[in-house]
Write a protein that binds this ligand. Structure first.
Ligand code: DER
Length: 228
C-alpha cells in the first residue's frame, strides 16, 4: 500500500547518504529496514566498501547479519558516522517521539553516539505537537513499575503497560514499557523530558529532542529532505 511504498522511498533516499568507510547505525522498524536493505545492496554491488554497522535492536542485528552487513560489537568501539532510523511522530522542529518498536533505549544510545542522525518517515508521522497521535513510550525497570505508573499519571498521562500477546512486553534489556498518552498533546516537551530523566527507575523515554539533523519524508507529493 502507499505507506509501505513511502517508507521504502524514504529508506532508499537515506541509504544514499552512506559513504564507503563509514560506521553506520542501523535503526529499528518498518521504515529503517528499507535503508538497511539498501545499504546491503550497495555493499554487495561494490558501490560501497569498508562499511561496518551497529544495530539499534536484536531484531535489526539479526536482519543486518542475514543481509551480510559486517557488524561492530555492542560497545560501539568507533564513532558512528551516520545513523538512519525511523520515528513515530515528528514535530516541526524535528523533535521526535520514538519507541513504537520498543527499541528506544538502544536507538537513543546509538543516536547520541552518531555524528549525523537521519530520520526516515512516511508523511503520516508528521505532527504539529508531539503526543498528538502517539503515546510516549517510557522504558522502566520492572522493580517498582507501578510507582512509575502513578508518577506518570500524576504528570497527566493515561498509562498502559505494553503487552505482547497478553504477556508483558519486554525490551531487549528485559525492561517494561509504559505507553503514556498525554492528551491532546505534550504541552512542554523539554520540561517533561527533564522530569522523566530525573526519576529513578525510568530507564529511558521516547522523546528525542535536538537529536535528528536530517528528516526524509516520503508522501503523495514525493520525497522531501529537510535539515535542522
Ligand atoms: O521504535 C521506533 O522509534 C522505531 O523507529 C519505529 O517506531 C518507527 O516506526 P516504523 O516501523 O513506522 O518505521
Amino acid at each position: 500500500d502507499d505507506a509501505v511504498r513511502f517508507k521504502q522511498q524514504a529508506g532508499i533516499e537515506a541509504a544514499a547518504l552512506v559513504e564507503s568507510g563509514m560506521v553506520v547505525g542501523l535503526g529499528t522498524g518498518s521504515t529503517a529496514i528499507f535503508a538497511t536493505r539498501r545499504v546491503a545492496e550497495r555493499l554487495h554491488s561494490g558501490e560501497l566498501c569498508n562499511i561496518v554497522a551497529i544495530a539499534t535492536s536484536h531484531a535489526t542485528d539479526a536482519a543486518a547479519r542475514e543481509l551480510g552487513i559486517p557488524m561492530l560489537t555492542d560497545d560501539i568501539p568507533r564513532e558512528i558516522d551516520i545513523t538512519i532510523d525511523g520515528a513515530d511522530e515528528v514535530d516541526p522542529s524535528l523533535d521526535l517521539i520514538k519507541g513504537g518498536g520498543g527499541a528506544l533505549l538502544r536507538e537513543k544510545i546509538v543516536a547520541q553516539a552518531s555524528r549525523r542522525q537521519v530520520i526516515v518517515v512516511d508523511e503520516s508521522k508528521l505532527s504539529p505537537r508531539l503526543g498528538t497521535h502517539w503515546p510516549l513510550p517510557v522504558e522502566v525497570l520492572e522493580f517498582g513499575w507501578r510507582s512509575q505508573k502513578r508518577f506518570l499519571e500524576r504528570l497527566g498521562a493515561v498509562v498502559t503497560p505494553r503487552k505482547n500477546n497478553g504477556d508483558l512486553y519486554r525490551t531487549d534489556q528485559g525492561n517494561m514499557i509504559l505507553d503514556s498518552r498525554f492528551g491532546p498533546f505534550i504541552h512542554d516537551v523539554p520540561v517533561l523530558a527533564q522530569g522523566l530523566g530525573a526519576r529513578a527507575g525510568i530507564i529511558e523515554h521516547g522523546l528525542f529532542i535536538g537529536i535528528a539533523q536530517d528528516l526524509i519524508v516520503a508522501g503523495v507529493s514525493g520525497v522531501r529532505h529537510m535539515r535542522r
